[in-house]
Ligand binder design. Sequence first.
Ligand code: ATP
Ligand code: MG
Length: 561
Amino acid sequence: MKTTIKKYSNNFIYNIIKEDLKRNKYFSLHTRFPPEPNGYLHIGHAKSICLNFELAKLYNGYCNLRFDDTNPLKENIKYINSIINDIKWLGYTWSKKIYYSSEYFLQLYEYAKELIKKDLAYVDQLTKEQIREYRGTLTTPGKNSPYRNRNIEENLKLFEKMKKGNFNEGEACLRAKIDMSSSCMIMRDPVLYRILHTQHHQTKEKWCIYPMYDFAHCISDSIEGITHSFCTLEFQDNKLLYNWILKNISVVNHPKQYEFARLNLKYSILSKRKIQILIEKKIINNWDDPRIQTIAGLRRKGYTASSIRKFCEKIGVTKQNNLIEFSMLEYCIRNELNEKAIRTMAVLEPIKLYLYNLDDNYQEIFTVPNHPKKPELGTHEIIFTNTIYIEQEDFKEKYEKNYKRLKIGEEVRLRYAYIIKAEKIEKDKNGNIIQIICFCDLNTLGKKPTDRKNPAVIHWISKKNSFLSEFRLYEKLFNIHNPEQEKNFLSFLNPNSITIKHGFIEKKISEKIQKKITNINLFFQFERVGYFCLDVIDSKKNKLIFNRTVNLRDIWNIKKK
Ligand code: ATP
Ligand code: MG
C-alpha cells in the first residue's frame, strides 16, 4: 500500500509528535483506534483510522485496534466483525492482536478500589434523576450527594456488593470524588461504574458492573502503552478527567490526549445512532446501503479503499470543525476510476432502433478498447446488427432548439460504428414508440464525413449483444447541507435518493462477469452514463445489478450554480 506520508507529516499532530520525539530520544509512537462496537464504521471513523495508522507507520511505531466495549446494552458481535473487516479492507493491520477494553475489567476494578482507598471515589445511591439534579448547570454549581462522605471501609464493602450483584440496576453507582462546583461539568463527581445485569459479548455473565467510557478509556490506553491518544474535539473536557484518573492511580504510563476536528460531510448523517434510526424506519436498507457513508455503504457503491484513504489525506487534520464538500469525496473516486474503470456501453432506458438498410443476417464485430488511454487494459468485442437499443433521452420526437442528438431527419454517430439518420418512427396503438427507423451510412466507419457536419455520438447496444440488467442510481439522501445538525433530520430526506432502471449491458461483458473471470475489473465506466460497479450483495448470475458510484462529471456542483 502506498504510504501517504506527505500529508500526514504536515499537520499539527505531526508537529506535536516531532516535538515529543526531540525531547525524548527513546520514544516510540504508539497510537490506537478505539471503536465502540455499536454500529458500522463510517467515513468519519476512516479519518481517525487513517490518522492513527498512518502516523504509526510514519514512525515505525504501532497502532492498536481496541474495541471500546464497556456498554453491553448496545454492542454486538456482528459489529465487531464488520469493524475488523472494514479496517482490513481499508488496508490497515494492527500490531499483534485485537484488544478489548473488557479484557481489563479486573484491572479496572482494582484501580477503582485504589481510588476508593485513597478516598477519591464513593458509592452513591442517589437515583439517576437525582444525580442529574445534584449536578447543577453550566451557570450554577452542583451540590454534594448525601452519600459522598461515606467512609472508605463502607465504600469498599458497597462496591463489592455492587460487583456481587446485590443491587438492582440504578440502585448504586461508583463516583469519583472530585469537585461538585467545578466549572467543568465532567469533573462534578463523574460516575465511574454502573450496574447492568446484562450479558457481555466477551465476558458473558462474569460482570454486572461496567466501567464508564471515561474510566475505561484512559486506563486501557495506559495499560497498552499508548503514547498519543487522539480523539475528536468534543472530548476536550474529558481530558481533565482522563488526566485526573491516571494521576490518581498507580499506573506507570501516562498517555497524552490530543483532539482534532471530527469529519462532517455535507448532506450526510454520520452518527451511528441516527443511521440506526434510518434503518429501523426502513428509509435505508441496512448499514451497507450505498446511500449512507458507512465504509460498507461506500464500498458497495463502488468506492475503493484507496479512494477513501485519498479523501482522508486530502481533508487533512485540523482543530477547526467544518463541513466537507461531498464533491471532494466524489472527486477522489472519480479520479481513480477514470484511470482504471473499463469502458463499456450500457443503455439504462432503452428504446429500439431499426436500421432498415441492413438485412436480418447482417453482423459486424468491432474490437474496442477497454480504456481510451490505456492499451494495457485490453479490448473487448461488440456486435453490430440491424436492431439496436439507444437511450430514450438520445432521441426527441418533437423539435427542441439546440437538441444535438437524434431527431427525425437528423444524423448521429453510433459510438465505434456508423453515422445513422432517423427517418421515421413506428408507434403502437397507444401512441408509444415501438422503434425508430433509421438509415445506416456504411461509408462512415472510422471516417469523418467530408460532405456534411460531424454529428453527435451516442452509445448503443445491439439486441443480439444485450443482457437485461438493473441499474441503481443514487442521489444524496438528504436535501440540506447539514442534516446532522437538525433535530428532525428525517424531514429533510431527498425522495429521489434512489432510482431503479432496467436496461441492458453488453452481453460479452455480462458473460465475463458471470464466469467470474478474476482479471476483469468490476468497476465500469458506462460510456456517457457514469461510473458503475457490480452490486455483489444483490446480484445473481442471471440478474446483474449495477450501482452508480459517481457521475462522469461533478453534476451536483454544476446544478447548484
Ligand atoms: P458516532 O458519533 O458516529 O456514533 P462515535 O464517536 O460514538 O461515533 P466510536 O466508535 O466511539 O464512535 O469512535 C471511534 C473513534 O472514531 C473515536 O476515536 C472517535 O473520535 C473517532 N470518530 C468517530 N466519528 C468521527 C468523525 N466523524 N470524524 C473523525 N473521527 C471520528
Ligand atoms: Mg463513542
